[in-house]
Design a protein around this ligand. Structure first.
Ligand code: AMP
Length: 548
């Protein structure tokens, strides 16, 4: 008997299944008046409530049945954030089928690979995006037909053939129907991660994992989503379940504001102001650009209290400036597609609140402590466990009920999933004595110079500490003498500013030893940095640039 088995008696408590159906019912039953607001791509606003959502989900389930979707079938979406995408978030899994959210920013070859690998039966696409699928249609062997959703965007591109109109289908469907029963471990949704090597890999979430993850997000010391919040996910619904926010909102009855196509700067500020958003989440670039906008233009964002920032490291100045200039708390969070995605959230413990500002910031820039149910470990080069002293860096490994155990339909052995039941994240981190984890790099991004590690993330953050710098990226390039040498790309807030390479070096000298510094020729001023499909720095593209 293991430690966990001891004292276990089956059947003591009710095993009510933890399903997305239960989340949907709760939203409709207890929070019928709460709103789902969608900004369509022509700037107009669509507004309805959980009371309206529910019968449309039932109709959609009937549509899916009529189109031949059976439990276990994969149904793809190719869409921005909107109420229709939300309806699919519920209808597909509630039917026992699998919602496959496809990243609209992938290259055509990746799209074809993913859609064929998933074997999707049916594709729901925003009309303005469907043009991207038309040239691929002949290659997409498993998709029978396409359902188009009018997102009021540009529809000039040629559309796929064999199409249905979403609203016409819904209008012709009946509003009553059965919710099938199934075990909580039934697959609910699927998301592919582009990964670092090889083909994209699918992460298959279960009803149980989605449910528990949503509960994890709602906990007061994690995201604290609750009924009174107006939540704006600036994270796409085609990436990692929009951080689980659609489910967490429905579970608690929070209002949700859906952005349509990706919003930045002014339109984002306008939406936050108009809808009195209280809680928002997104990657650092989004908040950095919003901050630049807010410094120059006046908006009433007094309702916005919390911004969750994750997906990439949140720079210190951003956390500091939002708090100082706008009284907004930035919560730093870490996660991956494989972790549903939320793994850790950085909230100060009560005893830290009274520390001086700079010492509080030292904690806030970390990625935080694991959300309840997630466990963490640091692994050394030989797979040995490293101590939590805030100094020794190792590979972060995690486990928990919403952490993936394998990749979908992939029988290749994968070293990321260890025999003793942990997932090796590929992130390099430290954990301090209070349990706060800090990502120091991605395993593949660490720069090894003269046999020692230089954290690319630390160097980026140090560069961005200077007020004239808008963004910075650091990658390693092979160097005969040093093994690898850092290359720094800098975007200035105003291109005409007099900021020279020597100034960058002077900033870095404050935090880095001489041997770690980039050579003068390895500092580049650029107009912008390449980003991945989900708005993160695309370091692969930067490395390619170096070899061109
Ligand atoms: P994805 O699966 O595309 O969401 O990417 C997950 C990866 O993003 C993680 O393995 C990290 O490398 C990175 N990441 C996510 N959140 C953070 C964060 N708060 N700080 C630094 N890196 C992050």
């Amino acid at each position: 008997m293991t430690e966990t088995d001891e004292g276990f008696q089956p059947g003591l408590m009710m095993d009510s299944p933890l399903t997305i159906t239960a989340i949907l019912r709760r939203a409709a039953q207890f929070f019928p008046e709460k709103e789902i607001v969608s900004r369509l791509n022509d700037g107009s606003i669509h507004r309805y409530t959980y009371r309206d959502l529910y019968p449309r989900v039932v109709r959609l389930m009937n549509v899916l049945r009529d189109l031949g979707v059976r439990p276990g079938d994969r149904v793809a979406t190719f869409a921005w954030n909107s109420f229709r995408h939300l309806e699919l978030y519920f209808a597909v899994p509630c039917l026992g089928a699998i919602l496959h959210t496809v990243n609209i920013r992938l290259f055509p070859e990746q799209l074809a690979y993913i859609l064929n690998h998933a074997g999707d039966r049916l594709m729901f696409a925003d009309k303005s995006l469907a043009g991207l699928l038309a040239p691929l249609q002949a290659e997409l062997k498993s998709i029978d037909s396409y359902v188009l959703m009018d997102d009021r965007g540009d529809t000039s591109a040629a559309l796929p053939t064999r199409v249905w109109d979403y609203e016409e289908l819904l209008a012709s469907a009946t509003e009553t129907g059965l919710f099938p029963g199934f075990p909580e471990t039934t697959a609910a949704s699927l998301c592919y991660t582009s990964g670092t090597t090889g083909e994209p890999k699918g992460v298959l979430y279960s009803h149980r994992s989605v449910y528990l993850h949503a509960m994890g997000c709602c906990m007061a010391d994690s995201f604290a989503i609750r009924e009174r919040e107006v939540v704006l996910p600036v994270v796409p619904m085609f990436h990692a379940n929009a951080w689980g926010l659609p489910f967490a909102c429905a579970m608690t009855g929070a209002n949700q504001v859906l952005t349509g196509s990706h919003l930045l700067g002014k339109p984002l500020a306008d939406l936050i102001e108009q809808e009195r958003v209280t809680w928002a989440a997104g990657v650092p670039t989004v908040w950095n650009l919003l901050y630049q906008h807010l410094k120059l233009h006046s908006h009433d964002l007094s309702h916005l209290k919390v911004i969750v920032v994750g997906g990439a490291a949140a720079p210190r100045f951003l956390i500091e400036n939002y708090a100082r200039d706008f009284g907004i708390t930035m919560l730093h969070a870490w996660g991956m597609t494989e972790t549903s995605p939320v793994g850790s959230v950085c909230r100060l413990k009560a005893e830290m609140e009274s520390r001086p500002e700079q010492r509080r910031l030292e904690v806030q820039v970390k990625q935080g402590i694991p959300v309840a149910n997630v466990e963490m470990r640091l692994l050394g080069e030989e797979g040995e466990e490293l101590p939590w002293n805030g100094k020794q860096a190792g590979e972060l490994a995690v486990r928990g009920p919403w952490v993936s155990r394998s990749y979908y339909n992939n029988s290749e052995p994968n070293a990321a999933f260890t025999e003793d039941g942990w997932f090796r994240t590929g992130d390099i981190a430290t954990i301090d004595a209070s349990g706060y984890m800090e990502i120091t790099d991605r395993k593949k991004d660490v720069i090894k110079s003269r046999g020692e590690w230089i954290s690319s993330v630390e160097m980026e953050n140090a560069t961005m500490m200077h007020p004239t710098v808008l963004e910075a990226a650091v990658v390693g390039r092979p160097d005969d003498l040093r093994g690898e040498s850092p290359v720094v790309f800098v975007v200035l807030r105003q291109p005409e500013q007099a900021f020279r390479k020597q100034d960058v070096l002077d900033v870095l000298k404050l935090r880095f030893a001489r041997w770690q510094l980039p050579r003068m020729a390895d500092i580049h001023f650029v107009a912008s940095l390449p980003k991945t499909g989900v708005g993160k720095l695309d370091k692969k593209a930067l490395r390619r640039k170096l070899t061109e």
